[in-house]
Design a protein. Structure first.
Length: 294
């Protein structure tokens, strides 16, 4: 078909990062980098407008997407039909999205959920875990909270974020009567701030508002250098609200020696595992007046 970007990619007329190929479909990385590390698009080689246009071709592409998902511990397969269902490219395609607990990704129908939550703010909390995950530049609620400070993966060297595991551990250990707000400086759906200053201002306000500031520094000078985290720790160490986690088995533990020295000078708890760093952060919240640890 003429004027179809996916047809051009499938026939080799346009470039793409092809991750997997089959006789009936290909899997590529989105040109934007995707909304999460590992995000792939499965595209039928034959042009079909959507998943309902040619059932045999659609079934073949769905099978290929399922083959990719079988290699992942958790994932979404998402496809859309029609503009009202968020379809923007009218060559059928299947999104394969690796998932992690509390990774902050929104599904296509979340706009309607957000509208309901705006009318009923209590609906934004996961009542099963008592955790309210707030991502970068979202409103900061009152109540007990922990800011997840530390290096953030960059799209130029994508590695899994450590923050979903931290949020999972917080949900597992939290036993307060109020929901615990987890403040993450990572953007929901990977949407960047309009200006650098907007992001910095939000992070500063969130750290100032947090009951505890959890610093986890798995230092890797190639993929997770954490230079900004060094500055933030210097600012927050004297506050009495900081906890420092530095894993000794990270690629560059020697680059954490100065942070650890500063932590001891300011009586900041220093931990070597993420689970212990979470527990120490919740202990700080408990001393601030909220029962926090199971």
């Amino acid at each position: 078909m003429t004027d179809c970007a996916f047809c051009d990619i499938a026939t080799g007329r346009a470039p793409a990062v092809i991750v997997r190929q089959w006789p009936d479909a290909i899997a590529i990385r989105p040109r934007s980098g995707g909304v999460h590390p590992g995000h792939l698009l499965v595209i039928p080689r034959r042009h079909i407008a959507d998943a309902g246009a040619d059932l045999d071709s659609a079934a073949a592409a769905q099978r290929r997407a399922s083959e990719l998902v079988a290699e992942l511990p958790a994932a979404n397969i998402i496809t859309s039909k029609g503009a009202a269902a968020t379809q923007t490219v009218f060559h059928a395609h299947w999104h394969v999205l690796p998932r992690e607990a509390l990774d902050g990704l929104l599904l296509p129908w979340t706009a309607q959920q957000d509208a309901r939550r705006a009318a009923d703010p209590s609906a934004s909390t996961d009542t099963r875990s008592g955790i309210n995950l707030v991502m970068a530049r979202e409103p900061i609620p009152a109540g007990p909270s922990v800011f997840l400070a530390g290096p953030t993966p960059d799209k130029s060297a994508p590695v899994p974020s450590w923050r979903p595991e931290a949020a999972r551990l917080l949900a597992e250990q939290w036993a307060g009567e109020q929901p615990l707000t987890v403040l993450s400086p990572e953007s929901r759906n990977g949407e960047r701030a309009d200006r650098y200053e907007t992001q910095v201002d939000w992070e500063t306000a969130a750290r100032d508002a947090a009951t505890a500031v959890l610093f986890w520094i798995p230092r890797d000078m190639r993929t997770l250098p954490g230079m900004t985290s060094n500055v933030e720790f210097g600012l927050d160490a004297p506050s009495g609200r900081a906890v420092l986690g530095c894993p000794p088995d990270c690629p560059n533990p020697e680059r954490n020696r100065y942070l650890i020295h500063v932590a001891y000078r300011h009586a900041v708890p220093v931990c070597t595992t993420l689970a212990k760093t979470v527990a120490a952060s919740l202990a700080l919240i408990a001393t601030a007046g909220a029962p926090a640890v199971r």
